[in-house]
Design a protein around this ligand. Structure first.
Ligand code: T5A
Length: 241
């Protein structure tokens, strides 16, 4: 069975990591094999590029360079982790993906749309998410959450930017959702985390037709069935007493 690919998008401190944890737990309780990952990063090659991007070390080389680095990291992440996991039947939950590049490098980085689209095509190589959850909340609420997070240390290259830029990103995510309503679902993230989690769980299960996987029959039962069908077989001795 083919797995599923679900991405989480939104501004800084929108609660993506928190909600991925909740959804992973809910899906595992239904018997699914879940992989949690993030961008930039998620594979050894992409994690190596993450620090260069988030420390701001690449900023002086311009947004075009940063966009190419995000795409390089994404390509490695897709081919090394996401695609193999989905093809082997797992559900991959990814903290940010292609929409973050559309918004951060494309809209607020002022890159030409053709350039962003070309990079996206190469980086994802057909691996379009089955579902994208866009966590929506006022930028100042998200930034305050990110700042208050225990041990968050210094703000990264993007968290330092002006509030108006973060608000523009919020609008840009909502525009993507408007253009791709089948793939993208907007969830109000300005609520308690557990009620957001319930909404997302319902959405994911309905949208992706996920159901409880049948439990593996207990070993004893399997052996009994086989032993009655093959009463003369010598491996009946394997049956537990
Ligand atoms: N980027 C990324 C690009 O520019 N282009 C790209 O293509 C990609 C992939 C990544 C940065 O890179 C940029 C965008 C980003 O700026 P990051 O460090 O990975 O940076 O950070 P973010 O993805 O922005 O994630 P954050 O860690 O800032 O926030 P999350 O994951 O959205 O939020 P979370 O769950 O960690 O929650 C933040 C705090 O809020 C609390 C949590 O406990 C935590 O303390 N919280 C809530 N509080 C109240 N109510 C709720 N409902 C809450 N939910 C969580």
């Amino acid at each position: 069975m083919k797995g599923r690919f679900i991405t989480f998008e939104g501004g800084e401190g929108a609660g993506k990591s928190t909600q991925i944890q909740y959804l992973a737990e809910a899906l595992r309780a239904l018997g699914h094999d879940v992989v949690m990952t993030r961008e930039p990063g998620g594979s050894p090659g992409a994690e190596a590029v993450r620090h260069v991007l988030l420390s701001g070390a690449a900023e002086e080389f311009g947004v075009r360079m940063e966009a190419i680095l995000f795409a390089a990291a994404r390509s490695d992440h897709v081919e090394e982790l996401i695609r193999p996991a989905v093809e082997s039947g797992k559900i991959v939950l990814c903290d940010r993906f292609m929409d973050s590049s559309r918004v951060y490098q494309g809209v607020t980085g002022n890159l030409e749309p053709e350039f962003v689209t070309a990079l996206e095509r190469v980086a994802i190589n057909g691996m379009v998410p089955d579902l994208t959850i866009i966590l929506d909340l006022p930028a100042e609420v998200g930034l305050a959450r990110a700042a208050a997070r225990a041990g968050s240390g210094n703000p990264d290259r993007y968290e330092k930017e002006a509030l108006s830029i973060h608000e523009k990103r919020r609008e840009a995510f909502l525009e993507i959702a408007q253009k791709e309503p089948e793939r993208c679902k907007v969830v109000d993230a300005n609520q308690p985390a557990d009620s957001i989690a319930q909404t997302i769980e319902k959405l994911a299960i309905e949208q992706l037709a996920l159901s409880r996987l049948p439990d593996e029959p207990p070993r004893e039962k399997r052996t009994r069935k086989r032993s009655s069908a093959k009463a003369a077989s010598s491996d009946i001795t394997a049956e537990p007493q």
